[in-house]
Write a protein that binds this ligand. Sequence first.
Ligand code: G3P
Length: 215
Amino acid sequence: MQLFLDTASVTEIRTMWEIGILDGVTTNPTLVSKEGRKFEELIREICAIGIPSVSAEVVATDVEGMLKEGRRLREIHPAIYVKIPMTPAGLQATKTLAKEGTRVNMTLVFSANQALLAAKVGAAYVSPFIGRLDDQGQVGMDLVREIVPIFRNYRYATKVLVASVRHPIHVLEAATAGADIATMPFAVMEKLPLHPLTDLGLARFLKDWEKVPKG
Ligand code: G3P
């Protein structure tokens, strides 16, 4: 499974990229607004790090506007995936962009039927928002467990990108459900390599090593 960071922070992206566990980055207008930087300049800098997949979102809501922004974004760098919201206009724009060879990440997906439509119009990624479903009392991961077999049944090439991840259990459940990608905040990704028994075990090994005769 691929692991993406859901952030627009260059510092956070560089940290995980250097460790070697990062496969991609997803941004959205909210995350970009936190950085206080010009959008395209920021996206260029993220791409220049060498991240193979960088999702950048359109803000137009009409088909023509989405096409215009999507075509502009894809020219920034070959790593760009154009993020388009799941609306009728978004589906129409995605179909056109996909035919042109642009990779689209359909976002704000909250039902399996929405995911099915995203696959039908040729989206490269579909992004179910798990945490936001959990927030309102629905088991968000059930949506991933519905989408994965649907895509397998019809051999859609669209990848399931689990978004709105809030904690490591979401990552574990996304992996067991067969999702292709999970995108998560830095605070979640930095927890993945950690376990208290690893720390205790290492401390014990180092202490015992002190008893080994040296020289
Ligand atoms: O990038 C989209 C998604 O991951 C947002 O997550 O935490 O704002 O629901 P969240």
